[in-house]
Design a protein around this ligand. Sequence first.
Ligand SMILES: [Fe+2]
Ligand SMILES: [Fe+2]
Length: 143
Amino acid sequence: MPAGKASAKLLDLLNQAIARELQVVVQYMWQHVQWKGVKAFAVNDALKKTAIAEMKHAEIIAERLFYLGGIPTTKPEPIFVGSTLKEMIARDVKDEANAIKMYNTIIAVARKEGDEVTNLMFRHILQDEEEHHDLFTSLLEEI
Ligand SMILES: [Fe+2]
Ligand SMILES: [Fe+2]
């Protein structure tokens, strides 16, 4: 698909995806910094690794959006750190579930517009988000 040919709808969805990736980068980083309690030892590393994965997502989505003629947002969605480990991870499970929902929509729209690269890109990202959702869900059961 040549640059400048994506629909306004798809560009807007890509920017919404960037805003939520930026949110979870900071969210998981600050949760990793502010964790408390013995149980958090196990969670700490997972949060750190996931924050880095989300940063890579933000970057590749921004590259795609820019290529398609959009300007990537610098504004994250509201960040929720939480005060207890349970509160933190419960929120992360929800955010990953929302990502899965949003990225399925993006895949459908990209497909409809014949944008195979965006389609493929989000299928890969979706796979990561499903893993994150699974990870946080498992962690939540243990804390
Ligand atoms: Fe992500
Ligand atoms: Fe994720």
